[in-house]
Write a protein that binds this ligand. Structure first.
Ligand code: APR
Ligand code: ZN
Ligand code: ZN
Length: 365
């Protein structure tokens, strides 16, 4: 079978023949039908998220269960599933308190790029190839832990199911679960990408009265209005913190979301919140980076600087909910898919992501 492999940071992926093992105990083999191209994949190529190479990237994906390993009971051959890049062990402290989004076992493999047991299922010429943790969706088939294959209804188009697995749960979840945005709130979103668009539509759904989208590309800013942005700011015009203050009677916003993964924009998010406000970091910065905020302002202005991983969600609970919200017309998932590619065109899809051409580009198999 074919998969797209990153052999060296900074290079194109190579679409090539790759061997895939049989699913082991507690694992599921999935025939991929759709895979979204997310900036977290690009972060690996840029060595900003330095996962080991060679690696099969891709973590937003949906497909059909093709085979199951010993002991799998939750899904069977033929089921449609949306994948999840944060598997949960069910046994660690965080799983026991209901915070599967930060499962210790998932954290352990998040930089190893392997299955939960530390080994991988892909190889080329007998040599192991890593996979984006628990996924590896830029591939005709992949193997995931049972917990990472979330059953979805057969009516749901695979493209939408794929996006629910990263940009939708991450963006909408940051609003609903982490910030808990109340009706009438003011919100700013820095970074109008696949994830940022979902923060924007989540904020609109939560009843925010003002949703300010901030990006560097006018075309994308224009598109955010369809998803509920009430105002837009082009960060290239200069001081985006000042621009947010101007739009909010010099107060700042109740909630600011950083959806890029850069210390400067995280600081801006913090600085554009009002007293009592909350800045939520969604974007993934490189592991060695730090942010600096004024220490006095934290207590004196009663501010919160928070983080959100996988939208603080639980895929088994949230994917069906998010798909129901879409079916009820409360979320707009179809319009997120702005271009499709074949697996052979994966590098064009990544180039379009870097150029900011799409809300989401999706590979169709
Ligand atoms: N100021 C404003 N906007 C910026 C800046 C900046 N300095 N730098 C980049 N952007 C915009 C880009 O123009 C683009 O529209 O941020 C957006 C990022 O969008 P995508 O590339 O589609 O990224 P996405 O897949 O949404 O991921 C965003 O979330 O999950 C994490 O790892 C992911 O850190 C990444 C972030
Ligand atoms: Zn756990
Ligand atoms: Zn992603």
């Amino acid at each position: 079978m074919k998969a797209a492999v990153l052999h060296n940071y900074g290079q194109d992926l190579k679409v090539q023949d790759v061997e895939l093992q049989e699913p082991q105990k507690g694992e599921v083999r999935v025939k991929m039908k759709a895979a979204g191209i997310c900036h977290s994949d690009q972060h690996v190529i840029d060595a900003h998220l330095p996962l080991p190479v060679p690696i099969v990237l891709g973590h937003e994906g949906a497909g059909v269960v093709d085979a199951v390993g010993e002991g799998v009971t939750g899904v069977q051959q033929g089921d449609h599933v949306a994948l999840n890049w944060v598997p949960s062990c069910g046994k660690c402290h965080y799983c026991r308190i209901g915070r599967t989004d930060v499962c210790d076992e998932a954290s352990k493999i998040s930089m190893m790029a392997t299955m939960l047991d530390g080994t991988t299922r892909f190889s080329v010429d007998g040599k192991n190839v890593h996979q984006f943790p628990s996924t590896g969706t830029f591939s005709e088939y992949t193997i995931v832990p049972e917990n990472s294959a979330v059953p979805i209804s057969k009516d749901v188009p695979f493209e939408l199911a794929a996006l629910v697995g990263c940009c939708v749960i991450t963006g909408v979840g940051a609003v609903m679960n982490t910030a808990k945005v109340e009706p009438g709130s003011t919100v700013a979103v820095i970074g109008a990408g696949g994830v940022g668009f979902n923060v924007i539509q989540g904020a609109a759904l939560a009843g925010a009265k003002q949703v300010i989208a901030i990006d560097m590309l006018d075309e994308k800013l224009e598109m955010t209005k369809q998803f509920g942005a009430t105002h837009t700011i082009n960060a290239k015009d200069g001081d985006s913190v000042g621009a947010v203050l101007s739009l909010t009677e010099r107060l700042g916003v109740d909630y600011a979301f950083e959806v890029i993964g850069r210390p400067e924009t995280i600081q801006n998010a913090y600085n554009m919140t009002k007293k009592t406000g909350m800045a939520v970091v969604v974007g993934i910065s490189a592991p060695n980076e730090s942010v600096s905020v004024n220490a006095f302002s934290l207590p004196n202005q009663a501010k919160t600087l928070a983080g959100s991983w996988l939208g603080q969600g639980n895929p088994h609970v949230d994917y069906p909910k998010l798909l129901d919200l879409n079916a009820a017309g409360k979320l707009e998932l179809e319009a997120l898919v702005s271009q499709t590619f074949t697996l052979d065109e994966v590098n064009e899809g990544l180039a379009a992501l870097r150029a900011g051409k799409n809300i989401r580009g999706v590979i169709r198999f």
